[in-house]
Design a protein around this ligand. Structure first.
Ligand SMILES: Cc1cc2nc3c(=O)[nH]c(=O)nc-3n(C[C@H](O)[C@H](O)[C@H](O)COP(=O)(O)OP(=O)(O)OC[C@H]3O[C@@H](n4cnc5c(N)ncnc54)[C@H](O)[C@@H]3O)c2cc1C
Length: 219
């Protein structure tokens, strides 16, 4: 997993949750911005896709190498302003938009209505739970605003995460929240693996939640 930090182009604006196209070696791919609008840089978290054309090459970048960032951020996976409860489900680097949204909301005193965030994050191992330590610390600092629940799929990978990660599928871990939360006050989001998104979509749509998602690829 790669946390890729680039200088923020002058005048570049975005809303937490949005994505931008990175252009490298003649290839363009969208990546969600994991930093917040108050950061002086843009950060992305990138998974190395086996046999992928562009992502493995991003891992070879050295400090100072040029990387083109498309001028405009896009995407509608942004915070629902009317919900008081936000349930977010991420697989691996699908954490990026939610890290931006949660950090921005918790940092910004104008967020006002004190919404509560529950963020479930799944990966195959500790390394895939990128930002787990930071998010665990944030949840401990503001327990009334933010709950962070990491999940690793296979057993026996807990100690490296720096937090208590139980085992099991993240979409399954979301079910008790989907049962308990009030659909009239809650926005549900999912990002990352398309199969995980479909599982969450089926569960939330049955109960009438408003749902937003972004799949990183098509099955
Ligand atoms: C809206 C959007 C936002 C995205 N945000 C991020 C992000 O924040 N971080 C990130 O790492 N990636 C993100 N992606 C995926 C990213 O754009 C690239 O598709 C990915 O890095 C693979 O590019 P590649 O050139 O290496 O592989 P390619 O040569 O383009 O593709 C190889 C194959 O792998 C599939 N694939 C793409 N991503 C994955 C994956 N993660 N796991 C398994 N198979 C995959 C592709 O569909 C294709 O079939 C996002 C994609 C979309 C559509």
């Amino acid at each position: 997993m790669l946390a890729l930090r680039v200088s923020r182009p002058e005048g570049f604006e975005f809303s937490p949750g949005q994505r931008v196209k990175l252009n490298f070696g003649g290839l363009k791919r969208p990546y969600n911005i994991s930093s917040t609008p108050s950061d002086a840089f843009l950060e992305f978290c990138v998974e190395r896709v086996k046999d992928g054309s562009m992502s493995p090459r991003l891992f070879e970048l050295k400090t100072g190498d040029p990387l083109l960032v498309k001028a405009r951020a896009k995407g509608k996976l942004t915070l629902c302003p009317t919900a008081t409860e936000h349930l977010m489900v991420a697989s691996v680097t699908g954490i990026a938009p939610f890290r931006s949204m949660v950090r921005h909301a918790l940092e910004d005193p104008r967020a006002g209505a004190t919404p509560h965030f529950t963020l479930l994050h799944g990966g195959a191992n500790a390394e895939e739970l990128v930002y787990a330590e930071e998010l665990t610390a944030l949840a401990r600092a503001q327990p009334d605003r933010f709950t962070y629940i990491p999940r690793v799929s296979p057993p026996g990978e807990l100690s490296e995460v720096g937090c208590e990660a139980a085992t099991g599928r993240v979409s399954t871990a979301a079910l008790p929240f989907i049962e308990r939360l009030d659909p009239t006050k809650t926005q549900v989001y999912a990002c990352g693996h398309p199969a995980m998104i479909d599982e969450v979509r089926v569960a939330v749509c049955r109960r009438g939640f408003s749902f937003a998602s972004e799949a990183f690829w098509k099955l």
